[in-house]
Design a protein around this ligand. Sequence first.
Ligand SMILES: C[S@@+](CC[C@H](N)C(=O)[O-])C[C@H]1O[C@@H](n2cnc3c(N)ncnc32)[C@H](O)[C@@H]1O
Length: 217
Amino acid sequence: MKQVITKDGSITFHSEEYDETYHSVSGAVEEAFKKFVEPALEFVKGKQEVRILDIGFGLGYNSAAAMDRILEANLHCEITIIGLEKDKEILDKIKELKPMIMTYHAIQEMVENNYKYNREGIKINLMVCDAVKAIKKVKGKFDIILHDPFSPKKNPELWTQAFFKELRKHIKKEGVLTTYSCAGEVRRNLKKAGFKVFDGPVVGRRAPGTIAVPITR
Ligand SMILES: C[S@@+](CC[C@H](N)C(=O)[O-])C[C@H]1O[C@@H](n2cnc3c(N)ncnc32)[C@H](O)[C@@H]1O
């Protein structure tokens, strides 16, 4: 797996299997904060407890960026993260990295501790599994779903109407899903699965990401 230094100085890798990088080469950490986490923050404002589902956990940048921003707003907020990731090879890279994310040490400890972390109000449980199967075993509803597979063309099973329907079952009525693709097919599948979609921020490329909220009536 080849290491790639992205334009904000943070490290990502190139997957040979998918022939894609794990993050935008315009900035891996920037993408985590700006594309995935910041658009979700207004949905959890003032909450004392936030539950996050991280699909395609990879290097854990999205989850760590979410912890940073939520704790910056409220140091006492309790955070629970469930991550789904099928590839141990990428998880093994986590211990070598030093991204500019304050809470990344929790991700590193989680990997060292059999994919579990539970300390000072933060709980992380990473399931090493195929997300399509595992989503049926995930319990409870989430405030934030960070949806970050490889591209719809290369990783289609995580962009289907059926998979989004499973995610719809796991999102709180005031919750939010963020993803980087704005492709028409992706948005149609989200809508058919019971989400309303909006443009997310434009980060590092011309097209916006997608913010999806559940239709509740
Ligand atoms: C674009 S990368 C995600 C980067 C990651 N969110 C981060 O912050 O570092 C996509 C990830 O989805 C994982 N993935 C792809 N298909 C999967 C599946 N069916 N089940 C679980 N994980 C999957 C890949 O192994 C890869 O780590």
